[in-house]
Design a protein around this ligand. Sequence first.
Ligand SMILES: [Cu+2]
Length: 121
Amino acid sequence: MKIFKIVLLVVLLLVLWVIFFPPSFGGQRAEMVGGEQKIDITVQSSYSPEKIAVKKDIPVRMKFKITGAAACSKIIVSSAFGIPVTELKDNQELVFTPGQKGSYNITCTHGMYYLVVRVTA
Ligand SMILES: [Cu+2]
């Protein structure tokens, strides 16, 4: 009976924890510089950081560092942000303006590797 009460207490504490501290997305927030949201992405085989957070209606300037391990991940596409199939060069910058809140992906052309972009108000 004592075990049952302890388990109940732990469950109750977990529920309260989730209510008061909802799990966050954990994406890296882009930095505001001169009216743009700047963020550097390292392209290995995956993207680093692999989750970012940006604000709606403010241009995002994304700079790509290409490493030797990039392979197909350096050819990216994103219909959500109007990015056509693009083979990235080292230090290439892409600028786009997210127009809608939500989570969107920038992917390699196979959809194997992806960078998650969370757009907030
Ligand atoms: Cu691929």
